[in-house]
Design a binder for this molecule. Sequence first.
Ligand SMILES: [Cu+2]
Length: 293
Amino acid sequence: MARRSKLARVAALGLLGALTLSGCGVDRELFAIGWPDGITDEAQRMRDLWIGSSIAAMVVGVAVWALIAWAAIRYRKRGNELPRQTAYNLPLEIVYTIIPFIIIAVLFFYTVTVQNRVQDRSDTPDETIAVNAFKWNWQFVYPETEGDDGLPVSTVGTSSEIPILVLPTDRTIRFELASADVIHSFWVPEFLFKLDVIPGNENGRDNVFEVTVQEEGAYVGRCAELCGTYHAYMNFEVRAVSGEDYDAYLEARESGLDTFEALEEIGQPGLSSATTPFESLQNKNIDQQTTGG
Ligand SMILES: [Cu+2]
């Protein structure tokens, strides 16, 4: 009897050890469970936290299942004799109070560390961009620039044109979000981050965050707060380019070129590629209806 229980304990421990090891050795991507790759410094950290938490949850889950199975088999009913009662087993109770506490403390530590990093703001960000949300589109203003009309350079979306938010890589970018009407939410899935855009800021929220983009490319951005009839079409595009291209883009804008022309000027497509404007979707639907397709 004693030998069998010892064997079961060794097997359970071995299983737990193997799982912990495989958690480290096996492709970590498996534990991303649907999270896209982030393109910012901050996103990488959040994704690592998420993967670490998934692995920890999986290890705990498997250990619990193994213990349940072991207890059910090892102590199954064999006769009518009442088994030995082990209530008020103090050492055991201390162990299963301390272990979860350690798990929570570790998760809490990493969560707070990553959260502080994500919410961190530098005193002097390299770039500042004002984002204005309204029903139902976006305006992006570069406050430190001056166009040929004397106003800061800006890009505004319409139902026939997706607004393109041009960003530099490898620079800290501060976003200052404002809403002209209702609550919207600024969301770039590849940032692994969204922030509500609250009109007025009366409640003390300041709607500011910072990121450093690592990867060049075109990424869709969305409104993530149901804000009315055309909420679903409130898309924009993030176009991340190199620092030099970004400077050249803003220079072209300051000289009077519009978003399309300035993008073409730096060798980028002038129109969005990550998402489609509302009107072209509408026309497509009408085309499909008239052609019966
Ligand atoms: Cu919205």
